[in-house]
Design a protein around this ligand. Structure first.
Ligand SMILES: *Cc1c(COP(=O)(O)O)cnc(C)c1O
Length: 356
């Protein structure tokens, strides 16, 4: 059995829209796409009058190199949010199929599922065990024949928790013909462990999501990617928008993957990780902090006596942090992103001055 057998048959059989640029590139005389022959006024790049390549070969190649996978395993998307949406639309028939997620986690898995009218099965993280994965619970949930996709966020947003790779690899083996397991590695640049991209070849039902929005400082460019089996990548290309990536986004992502940019990003990542350790120490000594969770991401989740009050007070001082109090499992919890050293210093100064 192939993981494609889990996909919607009508998508497997769909003939994708053949856009001009997917049929042929740019020629000395390019008259096949109803574009303007002139660059737009003020367009310094001189190329915005042309549609971009749907999957720019140079970018796909650079991403493949960066994650040490074959180019046939790469789909570049408009943020990883687009990849989540494509996966759910390709694998879940409305009103029939389901995804599994492990809350508290990133909100987009459930939202994309609900938009597609796919059921959301929750296998909550084990709050008493530092928000660890409930692997037996995941195995049981996947027994439901409606399940198509399992979303795991590693390290997890908003808890910062890291899961052992071995458990996830075993789950993939156990569910090889039952579900596609998607490991969202949005924060993996900040973690000590290696990416699971190296396991894709051995496990056709594993997929990895990455983004340029966090460590690579390109949230505004909207660029992410899915790394998966070549079958899954070809399937998703059938439903991909004709031109998902703006030209400026492609250029920014290519730039981010150049060696000098990667070196600078690595230094910034180290700085953020140091900032995280400093903040953890500050939090440890504050009388109103009840709990903080070890994080391998660029943020820390903590519980205080009165979360909403602290969030409001910080906001009044010009510092925004994320309030998670409305989630019963995260009552009085806030998530603080690590900023630049001066931003972190300002935050620490305020936290130490705060009296509830
Ligand atoms: C921020 C984040 C993303 C990134 O989404 P983009 O659409 O690529 O900006 C993906 N997954 C998680 C868990 C995140 O927190």
């Amino acid at each position: 059995m192939s993981v494609l057998d889990l996909a919607r048959p009508e998508i497997r059989e769909l003939a994708p829209y053949a856009s001009a640029r997917s049929i042929a590139g740019i020629s000395p005389v390019t008259l096949n796409a109803n574009e303007s022959p002139w660059p737009a006024p003020g367009d310094a790049t001189g190329k915005l009058n042309r549609y971009p390549e749907p999957q720019p070969a140079a970018l796909v190649e650079a991403v493949a190199n960066h994650f040490a996978v074959d180019a046939s395993r790469v789909l570049v998307t408009r943020g990883s949010d687009e990849a989540i949406d494509l996966l759910i639309r390709a694998f879940c028939a409305a009103g029939r199929h389901a995804i599994v997620q492990c809350p508290p986690t990133f909100g987009m898995y459930a939202i994309s599922a609900r938009i597609q009218d796919a059921r959301v099965i929750n296998v909550p993280l084990l709050a008493d065990e530092g928000f660890g994965l409930d692997l037996p619970g995941l195995g049981l949930a996947a027994e439901d024949p409606a399940v198509r996709l399992i979303f795991l966020c590693r390290p997890n947003n908003p808890t910062g928790s890291m899961y052992e790779a071995e458990g996830i690899l075993n789950l993939c083996r156990q569910l090889s013909d039952q579900a596609l397991i998607i490991v969202d590695e949005a924060y993996m640049d900040f973690a000590a462990e290696p990416s699971m991209a190296k396991d894709l070849e051995a496990l056709p039902n594993l997929a990895v999501l990455r983004t340029f929005s966090k460590a690579h400082a390109l949230a505004g460019a909207r660029c992410g990617c899915l790394l998966a089996s070549p079958d899954v990548i070809s399937l998703l290309k059938r439903i991909l928008a004709p031109y998902p990536l703006p030209t400026a986004t492609i250029d920014a992502a290519l730039k981010a993957l150049e060696p000098e940019s990667l070196a600078a990003t690595q230094l910034q990542t180290q700085l953020l990780n140091q900032g995280r350790e400093v903040l953890a120490k500050v939090l440890k000594d504050l009388p109103y902090v009840r709990e903080q969770w070890p994080s391998e991401a660029n943020f820390i989740l903590l519980r205080v006596d009165d979360g909403p009050a602290l969030c409001d007070w910080l906001a009044g001082q010009g510092v925004l942090v994320r309030n998670f109090h409305s989630n019963p499992v995260l009552s009085n919890c806030l998530r603080i992103s690590i900023g630049s050293p001066p931003e972190n210093a300002r935050l620490a100064q305020l936290l130490e001055a705060y009296s509830p």
